[in-house]
Design a protein around this ligand. Structure first.
Ligand code: TYD
Length: 211
C-alpha cells in the first residue's frame, strides 16, 4: 500500500470542536477570505469529502453500531478522502480546509466512546501515513454552552443526541491531542462573541504569516 508523503507544498487546515462550537461559520469566513488570494482553496469535510465517504457518513451518523465498527468506518471514509482528494489537492499547492479530520476520531471514538487509543493510532498510520494537518483550529467551549446552541438545531444525529458527559469526554479527548502536538493547534475560545472568535482565528493565521 502506498502511503501519502508529507512533502506537498499546499496547506492543510482542519477545524475541530464539540458539536455546537460554531466552527462551521468561521470556516465559511476563512474560505471566503482565502478565495481572494492566488492559491486554489478546497473546502471539504469528514466524515465525507468523496462520493463513497459521503455514503459512509450517512451510516456513521444515523445507523446504530458499536465503537469498533464506527472507528473502522470513519477511517475507511478517511482513507478514500485522503487518497482521492486531500493528497492530490496538497500536491497541487491548494489550501485544503477540512471541517473535521482525525482529531475528531480520537475525541469522539476515543474520548466519547472510550475506544482503544492504541488501535486508533495504528489505523491513523495505516490510513494517512505521516500526514497531519499543518494547522488545526480547536473551537473549545463548555458542553453546557454548546448544548444551548444546539437545542434550536434540526433533528439531532447519533452524536448530537449524546449527553453533556459524553461531550465532556470528547472535549478532554481533543485536549489530549493538543497536548501531544501543541505546535499544530490554535486553541480558540468559542464561548466568546462571533467577532472575538473571528479575531482569534485571524490572529492564528497572521502569527504563521499566512495572511
Ligand atoms: P459535524 O461535523 O458536526 O457536521 P454537521 O455540522 O453537519 O452536524 O458532524 C459530524 C459528526 O461526526 C460530529 O458529531 C462528530 C462525528 N465524527 C466522529 O464521531 N468521528 C470522526 O472521526 C469524525 C470526522 C466525525
Amino acid at each position: 500500500m502506498s502511503q501519502p508523503s508529507n512533502t506537498a507544498p499546499g496547506r492543510f487546515i482542519t477545524f475541530e470542536g464539540i458539536d455546537g462550537a460554531g466552527k462551521t461559520s468561521h470556516l465559511d469566513a476563512m474560505e471566503a477570505q482565502l478565495r481572494q488570494g492566488a492559491r486554489e482553496v478546497l473546502r471539504t469535510r469528514e466524515p465525507g469529502g468523496t462520493p463513497l465517504a459521503e455514503k459512509l457518513r450517512q451510516c456513521i451518523l444515523h445507523d446504530p453500531m458499536d465503537a469498533l465498527t464506527e472507528s473502522l468506518l470513519v477511517f475507511a471514509a478517511r482513507r478514500d478522502h485522503v487518497v482521492q482528494v486531500i493528497e492530490p489537492a496538497l500536491a497541487r499547492g491548494a489550501w485544503v480546509l477540512s471541517d473535521r479530520f482525525t482529531d475528531a476520531t480520537f475525541a469522539y471514538q476515543g474520548g466519547g466512546r472510550g475506544f482503544d487509543l492504541g488501535v486508533l493510532e495504528t489505523l491513523e498510520t495505516w490510513v494517512q501515513g505521516q500526514r497531519q494537518p499543518d494547522l488545526t483550529f480547536l473551537f473549545d467551549l463548555p458542553p453546557e454552552v454548546a448544548a444551548v446552541r444546539l437545542s434550536s438545531a434540526r433533528h439531532p444525529d447519533r452524536f448530537e443526541a449524546q449527553d453533556t458527559a459524553f461531550f465532556e469526554r470528547v472535549r478532554a479527548g481533543y485536549q489530549a491531542r493538543r497536548q501531544a502536538q501543541p505546535q499544530r493547534f490554535a486553541m480558540i475560545d468559542a464561548s466568546c462573541t462571533p467577532a472575538e472568535v473571528a479575531r482569534q482565528v485571524n490572529a492564528a493565521l497572521h502569527l504563521r504569516g499566512w495572511l
